[in-house]
Design a binder for this molecule. Structure first.
Ligand SMILES: Cc1ncc(COP(=O)(O)O)c(C=O)c1O
Length: 428
């Protein structure tokens, strides 16, 4: 039973009432810079601020990260976008190939593909906002070479079905785990399902160095090709054996530089060392939040939140604002009321939008002439992916605490959300 409890008449802050949170932002601070991180960064600063080969902090991070995911190779990069580009380049995509991609994701899951000339075949999403396996099946053609998936907002995709589809159709599986560090599906960690996987280590990510990225794989050839794309000279010479047919390119690689910054990796490595503890804290906060809001009118939670097989990473707590239950109150008005209550870290995710709404995927040829030829052209438009567009238009994102100190704020965010829902009719 959904309940709307009328407390004794409370006035919403947006209508002149007292706000729930008076504390100025920032609220949920991330990353938390502590003495350990400070020490690691200063230590690294004196050791080396540029690493040309596979040594030092890069080797330590990569060894541990690969092991954590049960993979043979890990390769740090300067961003998640470039780790994703490295995957597309490593698997040898070319003009005329097709890659199945989620319509609902951050654009960098797909934009690097445009540099290969392969065509992105977008797919609608399921009720969790993740790529829908039934849609994938419909989009496979003789030209399909690979599928890339994103575990959106930290919720693992439907991996049983996706892995089966890839095996049956001999397709390469790539995972964008940028929202989902350490998330698990049936106790198997994301990033371990695919042929290759990539993570962003940027600013707000659960494992962050401020900027950075990393990829993993088991396939030696994919690894060498990722090295050749952006890790020329010393690192290529150190790792690519003379017997490998492309080793003669080691000095230049493909001419790009995707190396990470050692200071960023010093930060990310400290966070990674204690990561399971962080995941536990986040899980506790997320569960408190869910238990408190699951029966509220106007709130629809993704089914994955109640699936025992799924352990999200809680990059954010994203749910659907169901205004049908609130007499069609526009989400923008609801959001303004939340902000007025002082819930400044609540968010309507804007830039993570269905790709068909973006000029880059509506009219790519002006920036990427390779898509001007009629054989290889594509053009998406508003309305192409109704489920993704609906999910996007109704998504609200709440922060999930990372330190026990966030308990008070978490309780206040819950209280603020309840207050606005209980008094929504005053906004109509
Ligand atoms: C799903 C997803 N993929 C890729 C990226 C790109 O990562 P980066 O910003 O490190 O290049 C992001 C960044 O926000 C992301 O959210």
């Amino acid at each position: 039973m959904k309940k709307v409890k009328k407390l004794n008449k409370v006035r919403l802050a947006i209508l002149g009432g007292e706000k729930i949170i008076k504390q100025k932002p920032p609220h949920f601070v991330w990353p938390i810079i502590d003495k350990k991180i400070e020490k690691a960064v200063i230590g690294q600063l004196y050791q080396s601020i540029s690493i040309y080969n596979r040594s030092g902090i890069f080797k330590e991070f990569e060894d541990d990260f690969a092991k954590y995911h049960g993979k043979k190779y890990a390769l740090l990069c300067s961003s998640g976008t470039l780790a994703i580009h490295s995957m597309f380049s490593a698997i040898g995509l070319k003009e005329g190939d097709e890659v199945i991609c989620p319509a609902y994701t951050f654009f960098a899951t797909v934009s690097p593909l445009l540099f290969t000339g392969a065509k992105p075949i977008l797919c609608d999403c399921d009720d969790n906002g993740n790529i829908d396996p039934q849609e994938i099946k419909r989009k496979i053609s003789p030209k399909t070479k690979a599928i890339i998936i994103t575990h959106m907002w930290g919720i693992p995709c439907q991996m049983d079905q996706i892995v089966k589809i890839c095996k049956r159709n001999k397709l390469i599986l790539l995972e964008d785990c940028s929202h989902a560090h350490g998330a698990k599906h049936k106790n198997k960690i994301v990033g371990s399902f695919g042929d290759m996987a990539a993570w962003s280590l940027q600013g707000q990510k659960n494992i962050t160095g401020g900027e950075g990225g990393v990829l993993v794989c088991n396939n030696k050839e994919f690894y060498y090709k990722a090295l050749l794309l952006g890790h020329y000279n010393k690192r290529c010479k150190q790792e690519i054996p003379k017997s490998y047919p492309l080793s003669k390119y080691s000095t230049t690689g493909m001419g790009l530089k995707y190396r990470a910054h050692p200071l960023a990796i010093a930060v990310a490595y400290e966070i990674f060392k204690n990561y399971d503890k962080l995941l536990n804290i986040k899980n506790q906060f997320a569960r408190t939040f869910i238990n408190n809001i699951k029966n509220l009118k106007g709130v629809s939670l993704p089914p994955a939140f109640f699936d025992k097989n799924i352990k999200p990473s809680w990059y954010g707590l994203v749910f659907q604002f169901n205004n049908k239950e609130l007499r069609n109150l526009p989400i923008e008005n609801f959001f303004k009321a939340l902000q007025a209550e002082g819930l400044r870290d609540s968010d309507i995710p804007g830039s993570t939008s269905p790709l068909n709404l973006l000029p880059l995927f509506q009219d790519p040829a002006k920036l990427f002439p390779v898509y001007g030829s009629c054989k290889n052209t594509f053009s998406y438009k508003t309305g192409d992916f109704p489920k993704a567009e609906h999910f996007y238009k109704n998504a609200l994102k709440f922060p999930v605490g990372s330190s026990l100190k966030d308990k008070k704020l978490t309780d206040l965010y819950i209280k603020g959300l309840k207050k606005v829902i209980n008094n929504y009719s005053d906004l109509l």
